[in-house]
Write a protein of this length. Sequence first.
Length: 157
Amino acid sequence: MARLERNHERSALHYLKLNGYVVYYPCLRERRFSHGRRIEVRPPLFPGYAFVSIEIQWHTARWAPGTLGLIMDGTGPAKVSDRIIDEIRQREVGGLIELPKPASLQAGDRVRILHGPFTGHLAIYADTKPRQRVEILLQLLGGVQRVTLAKSDVEVI
């Protein structure tokens, strides 16, 4: 792996390729809203790093313009298993990696409480609150009570 200078990633990749190295720089596909329009951005999967296939000589890759050097493993460059790189490539769709969308909660979904004094209790999802909080309906004291918890403290069942 090569470390790349911030804002010089394109030139670093270009010079590494000019020196004969096979470079893999995986990028994500993210869809966002900007000024009321839906846009697609392509940030790197590993910001500041690129995979470089090194056969024999690695010194030119280490000093290529736009690079900050290689990730070293003692006296030579660290090796990343081909299996790991193949797994990353298998997640690509149209040259970009699409991460799975997190399961969104819908009002009325059944949830299990994972942490806190109500651990293990089942409840009904009611609403999303600011700061990664959720409001659930919990059967307590002979009635339904609204309880606010961290979103990470509940799971959909």
